[in-house]
Design a protein around this ligand. Structure first.
Ligand code: HEC
Ligand code: HEC
Length: 194
């Protein structure tokens, strides 16, 4: 498999780890993710999620869902399968240990303000802080790129992320009540929260 070959090459190139983000178990396996998610998971793009600081339980769930095709993504499925093969715990621990630098994507202040008013609906599950609740399986939204948050909300709305998942019924029912313009405002708001 091509992915595995290039990974082995990266493992070889990584060699003895230098100090810093590479000086940790899981770091060599995570290098291949940098192409899309940024070095050490600090995505600077509007569409690629930040992995730095991601909770290990949520990271593992996402990887398992992608690998099983439950959360359909042609981009992620091969990498998710690879992570499961290499050992998801080390890679999860590596990204969790990176301090999250919030997305640098510039937000329109008026959109953030409109989003703030609508965001009350989210706090029941994501909390007032937006940092989520592991006991309910709810992830942290804060500081993620607005384009990524918006895309995922639209996928929920269209039942294209984890289609038919009973646990996500309430979330999807809520998304269907929110107009697309307001979804963009909500994405801007949660991206702005620190
Ligand atoms: C070719 C680009 C690409 C590469 C390389 C890549 N990813 Fe992704 N990743 C994506 C895209 C695109 C998404 C969003 C997919 C979606 O719509 O769910 C994503 C989403 C994710 C998510 C979900 C984040 C969340 O907040 O739900 C995780 C976790 C993840 N990737 C981990 C990894 C890991 C670990 C690696 C390296 C082993 C990796 N990715 C390599 C493109 C990539
Ligand atoms: C009924 C509980 C509930 C409510 C209310 C809710 N969410 Fe969520 N949300 C979840 C759960 C659970 C997940 C994790 C889905 C998964 O495991 O794939 C999630 C995931 C997300 C994600 C994907 C994050 C990522 O990293 O990929 C976004 C974006 C999101 N929610 C936005 C919102 C917004 C904005 C609101 C308010 C308008 C909201 N949610 C309200 C339960 C909820």
């Amino acid at each position: 498999m091509r992915v595995t070959t290039s990974l082995l090459l990266l493992l070889a190139l990584a060699g003895p780890a230098a100090a810093g983000p590479l000086d940790m178990q899981g770091a060599p396996q995570a290098l291949v993710c940098s192409a899309c998610h940024g070095f050490a998971g600090q995505s600077r793009s509007n569409t690629m999620p930040i992995l730095a600081g991601i909770a290990p339980w949520y990271f593992k769930k996402a990887i398992q869902d992608y690998a099983a095709g439950k959360r359909p993504s042609p981009e992620m499925e091969p990498y998710a399968k690879m992570v499961l093969q290499l050992g998801v715990d080390d890679v999860a621990a590596y990204f969790a240990a990176q301090a999250r630098t919030p997305s640098p994507v510039v937000l329109e202040p008026a959109a953030v303000e409109r989003g703030r008013a609508a965001a009350v609906q989210c706090t029941l599950c994501h909390g007032v802080s937006g940092k989520g609740d592991p006991s309910k399986g709810v992830p942290d939204l804060t500081g993620q790129p607005p384009g990524y948050l918006r895309n995922q909300m639209l996928l929920f709305k269209a039942d294209r992320r984890s289609p038919g998942d009973e646990h996500l019924k309430a979330l999807k029912t809520l998304m269907r009540t929110i107009p697309d313009e307001q979804i963009a405002d909500l994405a801007a708001y949660w991206s702005s929260v620190r």
